[in-house]
Design a protein around this ligand. Structure first.
Ligand code: NAD
Length: 279
């Protein structure tokens, strides 16, 4: 085994990888030697219907309008590392789209060995009386049903290969709750139930399924918080800072590796100890 490239020969697919944690994870998997399929709802050369986009996700519209979409460029960066890469538009709520992407990956790179369910919406903010069924259903559809659909599309292939790694990007809010984000917190808690259920089923077929629960990680999306909010977040963390995307990506790479073969059904916090009692 090449120790500097432990994932050599494997193909990974990352959802929601146009920025933030997904992008950092895609780059880290490429560094570890995997071929990486970089997917997102947003791709630089695709022109989404702007009205539909802002109705769908305020954050998506913001990043698209500010030219902060890096799906193609991330894939190019990964290719420059000397491994295979593809950049594909994939909406995790669209089953046909997902199945087409997985078929393209099978034809080009020989199937998905590692799936990172990272895509999410997290802008459904509002007190309960201001929440709508539409936002609640959107949060569950993207974050939870999206995880189910992507997993479903790669499951049979992993079972056939008798090897697979599925890593679900949950959140510390799955356990702590998230003030004014009921759909988000419920979807992230739902991901833990799904993770544990699939871990039970996949174990007989050489597959592991684990969840990661990040605390506050300094991504472009979190950077949109007010300075006061960011200061309060850092103050209540024993490390007095947010995490970096690389600090989550390194855990994902480990979970994807052969070395993590006995880690299954776990939900691992990466919070800097934020969940501990801090005075
Ligand atoms: N950043 C944090 O502090 C933090 C904390 C806990 C959990 N997380 C989780 O980590 C993941 C990434 O967080 P981030 O901060 O990078 O968020 P982000 O909003 O920057 O990234 C989410 C990505 O998902 C994509 N996406 C949204 N809807 C999609 C859809 N229907 N189909 C495909 N792609 C879609 C977006 O375009 C974006 O690229 C999310 O699952 C989030 O819940 C983040």
């Amino acid at each position: 085994m090449n120790h500097s490239q432990p994932l050599s020969g494997k193909t990974a697919l990352v959802t929601g990888a146009s920025r933030g944690l997904g992008r950092a994870i895609a780059l880290a998997l490429g560094q570890a030697g995997a071929n990486v399929v970089v997917t997102d709802l947003l791709v630089e050369d695709d022109q989404p219907d702007k009205e539909k986009l802002s109705e769908y996700s305020i954050l998506a519209a913001h990043f698209y309008e500010n030219s902060m979409v890096r799906t193609l460029s991330t894939s190019r960066d990964i290719e420059n590392m000397g491994v295979g890469s593809m950049a594909l538009k994939m909406d995790v709520t669209d089953e046909d789209n997902i199945r087409n992407v997985v078929a393209q990956v099978e034809d080009t790179l020989g199937g998905v060995d590692i799936l990172v369910n990272n895509a999410a919406v997290m802008d459904g903010l509002g007190l309960m009386e201001n929440q709508s069924l539409k936002t609640w259903e959107r949060d569950l559809r993207v974050n939870l049903t999206g995880t189910f659909l992507c997993t479903h599309a790669v499951w049979a292939g992993m079972k056939r290969n008798k090897w697979g790694r599925i890593i679900n990007m949950s959140s510390f809010t799955a356990e702590s709750g998230a003030f004014a984000q009921p759909g988000y917190a419920a979807s992230k808690a739902g991901m833990l139930g799904l993770t544990r259920t699939l871990a039970l089923e996949g174990a007989a077929h050489g597959m592991t399924v684990n969840a990661v629960m990040p605390g506050f990680i300094a991504t472009e999306a979190i950077d949109l918080y007010s300075p006061d909010m960011k200061e309060r977040i850092c103050k209540r963390n024993p490390m007095k800072r947010m995490g970096t995307p690389d600090e989550v990506a390194s855990l994902v790479c480990f979970l994807a590796s052969k070395e993590a073969s006995y880690l299954n059904g776990a939900a691992i916090p990466v919070t800097g100890g934020m969940d501990l009692l801090v005075f």
